[in-house]
Design a protein around this ligand. Sequence first.
Ligand SMILES: Nc1ncnc2c1ncn2[C@@H]1O[C@H](COP(=O)(O)OP(=O)(O)OP(=O)(O)O)[C@@H](O)[C@H]1O
Ligand SMILES: [Mg+2]
Length: 340
Amino acid sequence: MIEFENVIKEFHHKGKKMTALQNVSLKIEKGDIYGVIGYSGAGKSTLLRMVNALEVPTAGRVLVNGKELGALKTLELSQVKKNIGMIFQHFNLLESKTVFENVALPLVLNKVDKATIKQKVKELLEFVGLADKENSYPRQLSGGQKQRVGIARALVTNPQILLCDEATSALDPKTTVSILELLKRINKELKITILIVTHEMEVIRKICNKVAVMEKGHVIEAGDVIDVFGHPKQMTTIEFVKTVIHDEIPPSVLEELKREKRNKRIYQLKFFGKNTTKPLLSTLSKEFAVDLNIVFANVTELQGTTLGIFTVAFYGEDLELERLYQYIVENEIAVKEVMA
Ligand SMILES: Nc1ncnc2c1ncn2[C@@H]1O[C@H](COP(=O)(O)OP(=O)(O)OP(=O)(O)O)[C@@H](O)[C@H]1O
Ligand SMILES: [Mg+2]
């Protein structure tokens, strides 16, 4: 649905060249809620703004529904852009216009007749939960309500794609959750593909099925959220994953384990995908001559399944512990030795 092919973007500012995107290739499929995460200046907004031609690549191609934006004539490009809605961190509402007028604006600009506008705006205000606010002004609304107006305005032209630039970054955690739930409904009920850029891993965890991690203009890691969260490879990805999944044993617990004299090995085991429903720990305690003790655990909900990270101390003879380790590996459970 959206494809970036070897996209490079350079900015020239006061005689200096700045490369914001360095050879980015990504594919967003219809129906995805695709998250792009990265620190400030990574190039996220620049990437997003290319989808509706607010930025033009220096090299490479951006395709929307199979059409290369750079090759389109003005009229064709405006047709493609009509299919794309966008929401912003600071909502970008017109302060002098009512909620109804803000939402109606794209239709007024498209010269749609009044009766259709009225029907469409009312339908969308109902959808975003603001039916009683149509005559209010933005200053009379909370941040969450303003973002709902922004969302209604973005949807009023029936787009197939919704672009979200830090849509929840100005909101408190509770309001963030309610806006993310609304975005999820938009994806499911209205079948709109969503591309969302953020620096909050919680946003990715809550609603995205795919994620790309950006650093200094590069996409350093991309894939299904469950895979990237389960096996982060790059340092930046590991840092982002840590912000939502706490898997490090507290030092005090480690100290205590070190003091303990019994022969043992401590493994961190990750369960996700098909492994979440297997009774591995009970099998291990039955099949091997070992005692086990769960010393630390974290279970996170992801994509309607769970990612469980358990740190387990196994006590027993070396040979038996080695056999147990082989068994875990053979069962395709990700395992890492925590302390020798
Ligand atoms: N119009 C512009 N002119 C010059 N440089 C720009 C322009 N737009 C972006 N840049 C530069 O490109 C780089 C990427 O910017 P971009 O806004 O895409 O980052 P970002 O990942 O969205 O960051 P943030 O999380 O702070 O929003 C930055 O170094 C920025 O200064
Ligand atoms: Mg940005």
